[in-house]
Design a binder for this molecule. Structure first.
Ligand SMILES: Nc1ncnc2c1ncn2[C@@H]1O[C@H](COP(=O)(O)OP(=O)(O)OP(=O)(O)O)[C@@H](O)[C@H]1O
Ligand SMILES: O=C(O)c1ccc[n+]([C@@H]2O[C@H](COP(=O)([O-])O)[C@@H](O)[C@H]2O)c1
Length: 226
């Protein structure tokens, strides 16, 4: 099963399983997903790890989400091709790690033909017209987001939730993106209603840190004191 229906009702959950991928409907058909709150966790997942699962469980609760979609990126435009695992392998591992009825591992960027987040969000919003999307990312990516294509339009399109991550949180909160959208930041105590707020709006979540890192796993350092 991919797309739930009918469009006049809020479908019962779970809508999909962690090992199923939602099929992008044609533009305008998104009424099927009316009112659902979906967290979008874009990532290389090279490989997926328990930090991604931790973020997703925290996001479901703190942001009052119905589902979190892991958008397994065909290729992060800023990361080298060298060392990037095959998409099929990254998706298979992500499904094994996710293992939760409200976490959907998705190859939707491949289906949409998008590589840049701004384009993915535009395409998703055109297709899922009544769905409330929230972009999820770690503090490391809040530091880096000013280097992303058309980054301010990302904030203009959807609410954004930032997860603390050692050692990036302080740097991220003093960084360019944080300063540019300072007036759009809401207190973590309002996170539960973030999906309903008109963008630009973002929150720095008050949730526990998770130490996992794909770089450390690739280097064989995971669980060895890092
Ligand atoms: N432990 C973590 N804490 C907070 N955010 C995280 C954590 N792990 C990953 N993220 C966030 O999840 C998203 C996807 O992460 P990604 O798949 O790149 O994993 P990663 O561990 O950051 O990988 P790499 O070390 O290769 O950059 C990014 O927004 C990243 O900031
Ligand atoms: O749009 C961009 O310019 C852009 C640049 C770098 C990264 N991203 C997205 O950021 C998300 C996190 O990437 P990563 O590799 O840090 O897991 C993933 O969805 C990428 O496609 C997007």
């Amino acid at each position: 099963m991919g797309i739930p229906g009918p469009d006049h009702a809020r479908p019962a959950l779970p809508l999909t399983h962690g090992h199923r991928v939602p099929t992008p409907p044609k533009p305008g058909a998104g009424a099927l997903w009316r009112g659902l709150r979906i967290g979008l966790l874009g990532g290389s997942f090279n490989p997926a790890h328990d930090g991604h699962r931790h973020m997703s469980l925290m996001a479901l609760r703190a942001l009052n989400l119905d589902q979190v979609w892991w958008l397994v990126s065909p290729q992060n435009p800023l990361k080298p091709l060298d060392g990037m695992g095959k998409l099929a392998d990254r998706i298979a591992r992500a499904r094994a790690i996710a293992n939760h009825p409200r976490i959907v591992v998705s190859d939707i960027e491949t289906r949409l033909g998008t590589r840049y987040t701004v384009d993915t969000l535009t395409a998703l919003k055109a297709r899922f017209t009544s769905t409330k999307f929230v972009w999820l990312m770690g503090a490391d990516n809040l530091c880096q987001v000013p280097r992303w294509r058309d980054w301010t339009r990302i904030f203009a399109q959807v609410p954004v939730a930032i997860f603390p991550r050692h050692p990036y949180s302080t740097l991220a909160l003093g960084g360019k993106a944080s300063r540019r959208f300072a007036v759009a930041r809401v207190d973590a105590r309002r996170a539960g209603g973030l999906a309903d707020l008109p963008p630009p709006v973002w929150v720095f979540l008050d949730v526990p840190l998770h130490p996992a890192s794909a770089t450390a796993i690739r280097q064989g350092l995971d669980g060895k004191g890092l």
